[in-house]
Every structure is written in C-alpha cells, then in structure tokens.
Write a protein that binds this ligand. Structure first.
Ligand code: NAD
Length: 419
C-alpha cells in the first residue's frame, strides 16, 4: 500500500511504526489497511472578525483515526506550521496510547493553522468558539472528546465547553478534558503527564537496578511536561544537569536548581545567561553525557544524524515522536533503551479519562486518589511492556506497539465490519 502523496516525517514515522509491527504480528492485509486509514477527517474554515474590523479565515481540522475501543479522544493544537499529516500521525498515536494503557477511547487530534501568540485574547476566544461550532457535528461526550495540546490550555477548553454547552442547551462539562477545576476539571490533570513520566522513569530505574540518588538527567523542552519532570526528579534526589527551551539551553554537570530555573525563565523568557551554567544549543544538549535523557519538546529530534552521538544510558520520550525510526534502530544496536511515548507520556490521557469519568458521574475525586490510580495503571502498563519485550527479545517500543495494536485489532474483529 504505498502512499501516493508526499508525506511528512511525523506521518511517515507513524506509518513505519505501524507497518513494522504489522509484519511482526502477521496482521492480515484487511486489518492492516483499516489501521493505516482514518474513519473521518473534517476540514473546516473558520472566519472571525479581527480586532481591527477585518475578516480573516483560518483553516482547522479534526482527524478521527479509530473508534473500535471507544469514543475518539485527542488534543487540539494551534500552530502556524500545523499540517494535516502531523494531525494524522498524532491521532493514530492516540489510538495506540489509549489502547496500551487500557483507557476505553480511540484516537483523534485536531487543530487550527494559526500563530496564537499574535492574536489578542478576544480573537483567540472567537477563533476557538467558531472552531468548536464547526466541529460540533462530530464531537460529543460519547463521540469525541477534545483536550489541550501545544498552544492550547485550560482557558481554551473552557471556551470550547461553553460553546458546546450553549449550543447543546445545557451544561456539558464532559465534552472536553483539561478544563479548569471549577467547571469540572480534574485535580492532578496539569501535572499528570510529567508525573506519569516520573513514575515510568522510576519503573525503568528499578528494572535496570540503577540508583535514583544523583542520577544525571537532561531535559529538552522545559515547558509543562519537561518542567514537571524536572521538579519531581529534583525532589527525588536526581541532578537536572541540562534543560532548554526553543531558544536554547543551559548545562551544569553539577546540577541546576529547578526553582531558580523557573524564576529565571519567567523573568527573561529564556534560559540565556542563566548564572553558573554553560549556554548550549538544543542539538548539543541531546548529546550530553547523562543517565536519563527526556526529550520533552517537539517530534523528530533524535535522527539518524545524531543517534550515534547520544550518550544517555536511558531515553524517555516525553514528547510525541521525538525519535525517528532510523534513529530508533541505531539506538537499539547501541543498546540504549528507549521508553516509548505511548507509554511514557500516557499520564495526560489517563487523567483526561479520569476527568471524563468524574464529569459523567458528577462525582469528583481528591488529588491523592487521581495520582494513586494513575500510578497503578502506569505500573501495570510498564510491567506488561517490559515482560513482552523480554519474552519477544525486542525493544520496548515494539513491545508497546504489539500490545496496543493487538487490543485494537481484537476490538475490530469482534465488532465485525458494518454493514
Ligand atoms: P509546552 O508548550 O508547555 O512546552 C514545550 C517546551 O519545548 C517549551 O519549553 C518550548 O520552549 C520548548 N520547545 C519548543 N520548540 C523547541 C525546539 N525546537 N527545541 C527545543 N525546545 C523547544 O508543551 P508541553 O505541554 O510541555 O508538551 C511538550 C511535548 O509533550 C509535546 O510534544 C506534546 O505533544 C507532548 N505531550 C504533552 C502532553 C501534555 O499533557 N501536555 C501529553 C502528552 C504529550
């Protein structure tokens, strides 16, 4: 089934990962084809009135990959370079992520091509509300539940929830996750992805018989995910030796102070000239000697060009798709274990699921309960992936993909083909 159109690397990565496991699992051609394709892709145009009185039309999408195991679930991204191919890759990855950790959702992703940083608050609100209205026919509590992603946040989720509720005729908190807590958001959601990554690192450290104390950690991207990991690992006695933002990073082999980093970034908008640290580029940060490398920024950061130069003992994928398939192969040959994104960063979607469950039941849990349930799911998922990788003598990504794809295939098969 060769693709006829030119495809971007994120989508290529997603397809290659699926094709590789399809071969190992000896999937039938029928099922393989179903999984390579999408149940629905909606393109919408979003006209809004700008503050200066002019009218501007933006383009938006909602991509629904597979709903064999449950309603679609996935974030909404606002980015000037967003492409439909990116969203296809991310939606497919959501199907595998939900399946792997046993969350009863399928995969989706959406977004708008826009530079949200150049829009006023009013323009951003009008854009969000009109986008929500445009995708309303295909979203719903039992249909498709959006969430925040890059450049969207709980305020944007609140506008989405309000727009849907107004059109629906009654308050419908369960339509989105990642909302503010006072309108049905879940305690623990903001830190869930970073906390999940920390639980997963703890499991990997245990199985590699490494010691937590003094562990040297490098984090690319010190945003919501990266900085939560940095904070939690610092509290556990690890040394955060390097961090970065899109403008570059800083390195100190003796360790950086998390609170000082956060304060400095808030004041200066970058880590440039952070005291007692060496300035480094994002590319050189990836090649620093360390125990754990957490790429928590963008996709396709470790490629065949730099995979040979990685000096980490363990890589934990905080971002979605930060390692290309060619780089994955090189790391496998170099025996550098990689905890794949669909396991490592699943904390976000797990707590999003908890949020949805709480909204549907109108019964809310304390943060301790949320975190304990998250820990249970991630411990179980890590154990399943680790055991299968040992059994099949394969890397953790392949094991995770086999487990995830199998549950989706089983659901497709038992449901049968309509009509
Ligand atoms: P964020 O916007 O809060 O932080 C991203 C960080 O990466 C920022 O520090 C930014 O400056 C930096 N960055 C951007 N481009 C960069 C580049 N080219 N090189 C280095 N750094 C760069 O986003 P986030 O919510 O922390 O998400 C980070 C990654 O994790 C994304 O890939 C996202 O898809 C993934 N992810 C997030 C969640 C979640 O719950 N937030 C869940 C799963 C996966």
């Amino acid at each position: 089934m060769p693709e006829k159109t030119k495809i971007t690397s994120a989508w290529q990565t997603a397809l290659t990962q699926l094709d590789n496991v399809a071969k190992i699992m000896m999937l039938t051609e029928d099922v393989h084809q179903l999984l390579r394709n999408f149940e629905r892709i909606l393109t919408v145009s979003i006209p809004i009135r700008m503050d200066n009185g002019s009218l501007r039309v933006f383009n938006g999408f909602r991509v629904q990959h597979n709903s064999a195991r449950g309603p679609y679930k996935g974030g909404v991204r606002y980015h000037p370079e967003l492409t439909l191919d990116d969203l296809k890759a991310l939606a497919m990855e959501m199907t595998w992520k939900c399946s792997l950790v046993g969350v009863p959702f399928g995969g989706a992703k959406g977004g708008i091509i826009c530079n949200s940083k150049t829009l006023s608050k009013g323009e951003l609100e009008r854009l969000t509300r009109r986008y929500t209205y445009a995708i309303m026919p295909i979203i719903g509590i039992g249909k498709d539940i959006p969430a925040p992603d890059v450049n969207t946040n709980e305020q944007i989720m609140a506008w989405m929830m309000d727009t849907y509720s107004m059109n629906n005729g009654y308050c419908t908190p369960g339509i989105v996750t990642g909302k503010p807590v006072n309108i049905g958001g879940s305690l623990g959601r903001t830190d869930a992805t970073g906390l999940g990554i920390t639980f997963t690192i703890a499991n990997a450290i245990k199985s590699k018989k490494m010691n937590f104390k003094g562990l040297k950690v490098v984090i690319q991207g010190y945003g919501n995910v990266g900085s939560t990991v940095g904070k939690l690992l610092s509290e556990m006695g690890c040394k955060i030796v390097a961090v970065s933002s899109s403008k570059g990073g800083v390195y100190n082999p003796k360790g950086l102070n998390h609170n000082a980093l956060m304060k400095y970034y808030k004041e200066h908008g970058s880590f440039e000239n952070f005291p007692n640290a060496e300035s480094i580029t994002n590319a050189s940060l990836l090649e620093l000697p360390c125990d754990v490398l957490v790429p928590a920024a963008m996709g396709n950061q470790v490629t065949k060009e730099n995979a040979d130069k990685i000096r980490a003992r363990l890589i934990v994928e905080g971002a979605n798709g930060p390692i290309t398939p060619e780089a994955d192969q090189i790391l496998k040959e170099r025996k550098i274990p990689v905890i794949p994104d669909i396991l490592a960063n699943a904390g976000g979607v797990i707590v999003s699921y908890f949020e949805w469950v709480q909204d549907v039941q109108c019964y809310f849990w304390c943060e301790h309960e949320v975190n304990a349930k998250l820990n249970n799911i991630l411990d179980r998922s890590y154990e399943e992936v680790f055991q299968l990788s040992q059994e099949k003598k394969t890397n953790l990504r392949t094991a995770a993909m086999i487990l995830a794809v199998k549950k989706v295939v089983d659901a497709i098969q038992v449901r049968g083909l309509y009509p």
